[in-house]
Write a protein that binds this ligand. Sequence first.
Ligand SMILES: O=C(CO)[C@H](O)[C@H](O)COP(=O)(O)O
Length: 221
Amino acid sequence: MSQDPEDLKRAAAQAAAELVADGMRLGLGTGSTVRHLLPAIAARGLRDLRCVATSEATAAQARELGLPVEAFEALDALDLAIDGADQVAPDLWLVKGGGGAHVREKVVAEAAARFVVIVDERKVVPALGAPVPLELLAFGLPATLAAVAPATVRPGAPPSPDGHVIADHHGPVDDPAALAARLDAVAGVVGHGLFAPALVHDVLVARPGGVEHLRAGGPRS
Ligand SMILES: O=C(CO)[C@H](O)[C@H](O)COP(=O)(O)O
């Protein structure tokens, strides 16, 4: 029997909330799965948490729930970061950025000693595919789009939290490392939504039968 995707997201979020401990410096992702995470963390009643948020939406919800959010200028490392994803491949390459916050999300994931991804089973794919979200400088935008073709500005997308243009790459993702390197080589690309397995420590996949815990062999695990 199929299960409401919101119930599955909530189950993954609940499992991740149990990884949060008193005194942690915690990175909070963005998206509908993270929206279930924040009340689950708040309900734990932990003391001395220090949180950074990857979007204004997450910061606002966290503050409403009484979770202390500070600027990421105030912390130089995080103990744990938890975030959703749009696609999870079997080798734990991810595509993120459906919500346009992927650059901040990657900064937070890189700063965390442990990066935990929370998804429902629909996000687990046999191989990554388009679109791959991009964050681009407005300066020289047509030239940058040509350099990363095929890519288009995402219709109706607001600027990123740092004021950049959100776009999507529509080409194949047969070799995520090669595509990531190609995108990283273009100066007008602020960032992209391909997250390498080395960044990922755990993926919690909610299925109707329970939450599956995938562990990555990243360098910090
Ligand atoms: O990368 C993201 C935002 O930039 C989100 O984590 C991703 O889009 C998944 O979102 P959701 O939990 O709503 O499916």
